[in-house]
Each structure stands twice: as C-alpha cells, then as structure tokens.
Design a protein around this ligand. Sequence first.
Ligand code: FAD
Length: 472
Amino acid sequence: MGSVQTLDLEQLRARLSETAEIVTKDDSPPELYQKSIARWSESSSIIIFPATVEDVCVAVEYSAASGLEVAVVGGRHSTSGSSSSEGGIHIDLAKMRAVTVDPTNKTVTAQGGCRWEDVDTALANHQLATVGGTVNDTGIGGLTLGGGYGHLMGQYGLVIDNLLEAEVVLADGSVQKCSESENEDLFWAIRGAGASFGVATSLTYQAYDQKNDTWAGLLFFPRERVRDVFTAANHLLDIGDGRCTLLPAYGTPPPSFEVIILVAVFFNGPQEEAETFLEPLLSLNPFLNTTASVPYDNCNSLLNHVLGPGFRRSFKGSSILVPVAVDFAEEILRDFEEFVARVPDAKASVVIFEYFPYKKMMEVSQTSTAFANRGAIVGIILAPGWTDPKNDSVCREWTRTMYAKTRADRLRKMSEGNVDSLTKTTVGEYMNHDGLGAGPKVLYGVNYDRLVELKKKYDPKRLFGNGPNSII
Ligand SMILES: Cc1cc2nc3c(=O)[nH]c(=O)nc-3n(C[C@H](O)[C@H](O)[C@H](O)COP(=O)(O)OP(=O)(O)OC[C@H]3O[C@@H](n4cnc5c(N)ncnc54)[C@H](O)[C@@H]3O)c2cc1C
C-alpha cells in the first residue's frame, strides 16, 4: 500500500482538466476538506473532483498505481460508508451533474454525480418522469447501481429495469459503454452490483409521460392504530394497480417525542382518485394529514428530512413476506418502544416498512440482472438515530438483533412453503440498505457465482467495491 504523502499530486494536477479539483487535508481553508468529506454516514484522504470522463480515467489510473484504497463518491448517501475511505483516495463525481433529456425517445442521460433532484427536474420540464429514489438528494450512482426502488416502480419496475445504457470507467482506466446489446455481461453486473465494477460516468434511463400531479404526504396515527394501519396497508398492496406506495413507519417525532405511526403516502393520480383508493387508510382518522396534490418532481423531496443527515446512525434493510402478519408488525412496534424507552438519546430512530408494489419487478427473473431481491416482500428498514457516541454499541446491537429477528421470520415462512418460485430465490435484503456488511453471498444469492467470474474479468485487482461485501 502507498500513502497519500508519497503521491505526486503535481503530476496528477497536470493531467486533469482545468475545472477538475484535488482537495487534501493540508489545503486551506480547512472547511474545504471538511466539506469534501461530509456525507450521510460519516467517516478520509485525498479527494479528486473530476470534471470530465477523461479526468475520471486519469483518477482511476492514478488510484490504481498508488496502491491506496479507492472510494467512488456519488450522492454521499451510502448506508454502509462504502463511499468513504480513511486515508485512501476519493473520486468524487460532484462536478459531473449534467442531464440531457431526449423528449422524442423519452429517455434521459445523466452524469454519474447527479442527484435524483437533477433528473426529476430536467424530466419535469418535458412532462416526463422515470423511476428514481424517494429522497431526491440521494445520488443516482449508488442508488441505480444497487437496484433502485422508487415510487414509480409499481408501474415501470426497478430503476435498473429502466436503465438502457451506462458508460463505465473500468479499473484499467478504459471507458466502456454497456447495454443489452454491448458488453452485455458488464451491463448485467452493474445492475445490482455496479459499485464493484467501475465508475459509472453516465446513465441513460427510459422515461414516461408524467402529465398529472401526484398525491402525496404523511398521515400520522397513534400507536394504538397499529393493527388497523397494517390491515389497511396489506389490503391496499393486494388490490392496487401499482400506482400507490405506502411507507408505514414507527418514529418519535418532536414535539412530544412519543412513539407514533407515520405513513408516507404516494399515489400517481389525482386527489379524488387517490382518496377513493386510500379510503381504508384515511377512514382510520389520522390525527394529522399533510397529503396534497404535488407535481412528481416535488413529491420526492417530501421525505428528505425524515431520515436527514446530522445524527449517528446505523441502517439495515431486511424484509417480511407479503402479507405482513399484523401480529408481527405489532411485535416490532413493542420492540421499538422498548428500545427508545431504554435509550432516550435515540430520538431520531425509525423503523420503516416499504410497501412498494412489487408485482412489476417480478416480471423480470432473479438472474436477468445481478440484483437478487425480487419477490413478494415488504422491505423493512431498521434505522436507529442517536447523538451520543457512548450509545454506539447499544444502538448498533439493536439493529443486529432486529435484523436477525426479521430475517428468521422470513426464512421460516419461506421454508413452510406456499411461496412462489421467484420469491423462493429472493435474498430478502437490499444491498443498498446494508449497513451491517451481510456479505456478498447473502446479498447476491443465486447471482453470486456469476458475479465472482465477472469481477475477475473486469476488476481482478479489486480496485472497486471493497469492504465486507467485496465480491472477491
Ligand atoms: C435517506 C436515504 C433515503 C434513501 N432512499 C432510497 C430510495 O428511495 N430508494 C432506494 O433504492 N434506495 C434508497 N436509499 C439507499 C440508497 O440507494 C443508497 O444509500 C445508495 O448507495 C446511495 O447512493 P449515493 O450515490 O447517494 O451514495 P454514495 O455514498 O455516494 O455511494 C454509494 C455507493 O455507490 C458507489 N457509487 C456512487 N456513485 C457511483 C458511480 N457513479 N459509479 C460507481 N460507483 C458509484 C459508491 O462508491 C458507494 O459504494 C436511501 C438511503 C438514504 C440514506
């Protein structure tokens, strides 16, 4: 391994374009460095800000030659710290946020450093939308390369199911396009395990007409309504046509900091239709209702503060087979109540159930892309949030305990039968929500062996995607 001190930064500067930047700990003012390493899950190093694809190639070649650990940085929302390196090199794509819309073919091409807000806004100018993250300050890079859930997935599938083409800088510094008809094996691998294969400098997605406003907001219920809320959510997931997402969550929001149930609601249609469809939930009389008609590009900012930055956090995704057993949902609520009572500092904690309509993504087989979490499941996010470092271990332990509990429940139900063949092969956890380092075999399941072969082909020296989930 090399060290930052031994690198010839002047040589690197000379090879980069004029607008590219390099930031190190020694630069002044010091805030520049602090700003460059700030991210959702904090953890650094030398930071290279390429401005062009050629800069990315130089940065990759330079990093490979340095022997240092490399972290590619997109929207900085990694839940595992995988876009950070203590003492290594960051290739931060923040200067590469251009978006081009092709309204005739209804496609959008975005540079790898874009946030979803960039894409949603550019498409809205043409009354178009694509499947993207529900929190629009997340990056398109990490979110897409891991699979990608969003409010429109019930209609159009996962983000990767709408990815038409990508431009990737590989570990040898070469630039490769990939799609269904070019470098097909690379295209397969980046749809689910992309962060382990190179730097995605641009991503092209299918877009769709989005002329109508959506109906979205938050419903607040007292904890006593838990059984009713989950009964309604199960029913709506069952009868829906893919236009409605529900995200019931347990939290302790201010000012009372009491445990309540929040349900983030999204319906792709006008208010009247939304209210008719959602009547089973609305009739439970939420004590606060913030739902309203909003343009699609706005609805993805409504949750930006629910899981905002600034706290110590752990984050782990798990899942429950559909339909969610109401008894189990209530048991998890009791576990949550016990946890926040025991650790009062953990006020920013949430448990979120992801009622994304799953049927559309099940039209694609488990082995068609590297993503192996297709199935009739409701995702569950376990996300304690606290401030005092002395609570680190108790909070992280709670995440581990709850993950083990929900995983055991899913595996037991799967072994009992009555599960369709695709769901039988689901890994039941989303690699983009893996803050525990579950390991590549767990996260990629039936696709793991093929990924190992492709990793040896495209990144044999393991430049990208290191850490506990490293493929080889
Ligand atoms: C508040 C919050 C809300 C979320 N909401 C959603 C959601 O609605 N849907 C969903 O599917 N997921 C969601 N996630 C999970 C999200 O998909 C992951 O956190 C994702 O990794 C974030 O990508 P990023 O580019 O912002 O993060 P980063 O931290 O920058 O990167 C994450 C990983 O991707 C790699 N990477 C990023 N960009 C590139 C690139 N261009 N080329 C190669 N590698 C790259 C990084 O090296 C790192 O390994 C959410 C997470 C948070 C914290």
